[in-house]
Design a protein around this ligand. Structure first.
Ligand SMILES: [Zn+2]
Length: 263
């Protein structure tokens, strides 16, 4: 029994939807196929190297890539195992989602886009507000694909954080997230840059922070001229292949956000 079996057993019991190792392998298989198909079509050597890397990932020899669903599952388990006790004994925490609309960017900038800069920006702001206690969470992105105007499609960076429920400081954070630049970035649509909720289910909330899957949220303008979105779905193959190359270039610690935590 390894040290993660406690968390695995708990997840099996309380979150049957949490992916099994077998499901992670099936997802990896799909990713490998798409990477190879995309590489062939556009002559992208990075995709081929990554496909081989994912294929080599087996028990006892993890590839460690953040594009690998098997390793990403392992990361979720490891982080949950590390933090579960803390959050279960600190009911004074909330889960906060922070969306940076003002940092949205097109797919052609994906590989060059700098996550560290955004993390520093967030860290500085949280330090300025002066939150106490550990802050732990993860970074991810959704791809807002415009079905009618493809050139308007953009990645939307956001964080899910577990943070101390300090109403005064959360209000300051909300004011920062709601400043005009972020609130009115999208024409005709008011944004929701910050939402938070009580931690009723620590296990669910925590594993949610580290999903490690980037989704597409299709966008369109309805007959009345109003911008709308559809339910999230899988990324289209070419965007998925590129996002996997990006994820592969990011590290576990880059995708994790921690503050006020003793190393
Ligand atoms: Zn792997």
């Amino acid at each position: 029994m390894n040290s993660l079996s406690r968390v695995v057993n708990m997840l099996l019991k309380e979150m049957p939807a949490f992916e099994t190792l077998k499901q992670a392998d099936v997802e990896n298989r799909t990713r490998i196929t798409i990477l190879r198909r995309f590489a062939k079509k556009l002559d992208k050597p990075d995709c081929l190297v990554l496909a081989d890397r994912l294929e080599s990932c087996v028990k006892g020899h993890p590839c460690g890539s953040m594009a690998c669903f098997r390793c990403s599952r392992q990361r979720r388990l490891r982080l949950t195992n590390k933090w579960l006790d803390f959050f279960q004994t600190h009911p004074d925490y909330v889960m906060v989602t922070l969306v940076f609309y003002d940092e949205m960017f097109p797919n052609r900038h994906l590989l060059g886009w700098d996550l560290n800069r955004l993390k520093q920006r967030l860290r500085k702001q949280l330090e300025r507000i002066g939150f106490e206690g550990p802050i732990v969470g993860g970074f991810e992105m959704d791809y807002h694909r415009h079905t009618q105007k493809p050139d308007k499609s953009e990645w939307m960076p956001h964080f899910h954080l577990l943070i101390l429920n300090d109403p005064v400081r959360l209000k300051q954070l909300r004011a920062y997230m709601l400043r005009g630049k972020n609130l009115y970035k999208r024409k005709g649509k008011k944004n929701r840059p910050m939402h938070n909720g009580r931690l009723f289910d620590v296990l669910r909330a925590f594993t949610y922070c580290f999903k490690g899957i980037w989704w597409e949220i299709p966008q369109f303008v309805n007959a009345a001229g109003k911008p709308k979105s559809r339910k999230k779905c899988r990324l289209t193959d070419n965007v998925l292949a590129k996002s996997l190359v990006k994820l592969d270039r990011l590290t576990d610690s880059q995708l994790t956000f921690t503050m006020n935590v003793q190393k």
